[in-house]
Design a protein around this ligand. Structure first.
Ligand SMILES: *Cc1c(COP(=O)(O)O)cnc(C)c1O
Length: 479
């Protein structure tokens, strides 16, 4: 396919700007470019065809099944997007004063109340704009808390080996030393190993429950108690809250600070590089340290709280506001009972698929899972040479997106499936049939899978090369 620059022809246009009805001001020469930028020149039809062609080469939730584990690639109702487009939300400016945006502040406050109810937290701010960003804010709050008490020797954060990769990265960036806690044979935190590592230098723990193996840790109260007894605080990675909403709350599990991924669980699509929202919630003891700005209510007025102990701003202004609009619209549509149904369906769907696939595939940790489960291709690879990558490539020809591959890293040749709550039984049955067919293919015709995919525009790119030496810039031919 041609690049938009290659379609460009001198003089072609697709926009006519109206003549200016205000005086044209001369921009001082020092601020002007020496040469006009080399922008592609195309007609409207060429532009339209170009982007339609690009769109057809990409797989999205609207194209087909997309069970990318740990990413919650679920369907997000259009009505929530329409709410975010209402001019009263879309056209306000972050520099407006509080008095003129009371509705927006009320929206943030109401969203905070709902999400605090779901998570068992007391306070929450929306400035952080991704999961990892929220983690960083939350862990800096733990640091600020210890420092405010003159407790400067707490340098270690405990993180289970089943954690999302962002957790150790976050703790390291915040200046802590990461202590990795191994999982036991059931995929749960090894309590003895945890006890052995915890001590007066423990700052806290970062944990996802259900973890990235899709398992809910039944010892969670014991785990958070071990940390609290040592004077540490507990961080909950709530990126994937959908399987427990309305059923259990991180606050009741003993967690002090959390983040959520509104761009996974609460109706903004994850991925695609769009804006996200990773709000940080906490118990009252940590509330003074929240990133700016926390919205508080006084009488019937809303305003930004300005705590002196706040860890400060983590981003310009107030976060990606319209993502919060979608979240509130979604929560109001669900009502009080809806979140629980979301959790039950996310869990039911994952268990249904796991059971059906377990007839042939090896489930890494058998037993009831939460919203996702992990399959290991170790045995199939040994017996046929077909690995997790080959299997994933084979799926592409069937118009479904592969599951997450090679994650979590403690499972060899991992394939991690997350069907999400928005898929029907029929869609899952279709996918299950494809997976089982591909499993048989691994034994009857391994070469077929080794060479897959056959029908996609890009087949097996050099992924390491693409990551190390990305070509992100168009080089104009000399002429
Ligand atoms: C997705 C995810 C994150 C990171 O979220 P981003 O918005 O991609 O930064 C963190 N933890 C878990 C468990 C996740 O699934």
């Amino acid at each position: 396919m041609q690049l938009i620059f290659e379609r460009s022809r001198e003089g072609r246009r697709c926009a006519l700007l109206p003549t200016s009805d205000v005086d044209i001001k001369e921009i001082p020469a020092e601020f002007l470019r020496a040469q006009a930028p080399k922008l592609p020149m195309v007609s409207e039809i060429d532009l339209s065809r170009h982007y339609t062609e690009l769109e057809k080469q990409v797989h999205g939730v609207n194209d087909g099944f997309y069970p990318l584990g740990s990413c919650t690639m679920k369907y997000n109702p259009q009505v929530n997007n329409e709410m975010a487009g209402l001019p009263g939300f879309a056209n306000i400016h972050p520099l407006q004063d509080e008095a003129s945006v009371q509705g927006a502040l009320e929206l943030l406050h109401t969203t905070k109340e709902y999400l605090c109810e779901i998570t068992g937290m007391d306070e929450m701010t929306f400035q952080t704009s991704a999961g990892a960003h929220g983690e960083f804010g939350g862990v800096l709050m733990i640091k600020a808390y210890h420092e405010s008490r003159g407790d400067h020797h707490r340098k270690k954060i405990m993180i289970p080996d089943a954690a999302h990769g962002t957790n150790p990265a976050t703790a390291t960036m915040a200046g802590f030393t990461v202590v990795t806690i191994p999982s036991d044979e059931n995929g749960h935190v090894d309590l003895e190993k945890l006890r052995a590592e915890v001590g007066p230098d423990t700052a806290g723990l970062m944990l996802t429950n259900p973890n990235t193996l899709g398992l809910f840790d039944p010892n969670i109260l014991e785990i958070t108690k071990i940390i609290h007894d040592a004077g540490g605080l507990c961080y909950y990675d709530g990126a994937n809250i959908n399987p427990i909403m309305g059923v259990v709350r991180p606050g009741d599990m003993g967690f002090d600070v959390i983040h959520l991924n509104l761009h996974k669980s609460f109706s903004t699509p994850h991925g695609g590089g769009g804006p996200g929202s990773g709000p940080v919630g906490c118990k009252n003891i940590l509330a003074p340290f929240l990133p700016k700005y926390n919205v508080v209510k006084e009488g019937d007025k809303y305003r930004f709280d300005n705590s002196e102990q706040s860890i400060g701003m983590m981003k310009g202004f107030y976060g990606n506001f319209l993502v919060n609009v979608r979240a509130l619209s979604y929560l109001m549509t669900l009502g009080a009972e809806g979140p629980k149904q979301v959790a039950e369906n996310a869990t039911l769907n994952a268990n249904y698929m796991m059971e059906k696939l377990a007839h042939k595939f090896d489930v890494a940790y058998p037993g009831i899972c939460m919203h996702e489960f992990v399959v290991t291709m170790n045995r199939v690879k040994r017996e046929t040479g077909v690995n997790a990558l080959d299997m994933a490539k084979g799926m592409l020809d069937y118009g479904i997106h592969p599951p997450t591959m090679y994650f979590p890293i403690l499972v060899g040749e991992a394939l991690m499936f997350e069907p999400t709550e928005t898929e029907s039984k029929e869609t899952m049955d279709e996918a299950i049939e494809i997976y089982l067919e591909l499993y048989d293919k691994a034994y009857s015709d391994p070469e077929y899978l080794k060479n897959a995919p056959y029908n996609t525009p890009i087949k097996r790119p050099d992924e390491v090369g693409a990551a190390r030496n990305p070509k992100v810039r168009y080089i104009f031919p000399e002429n």
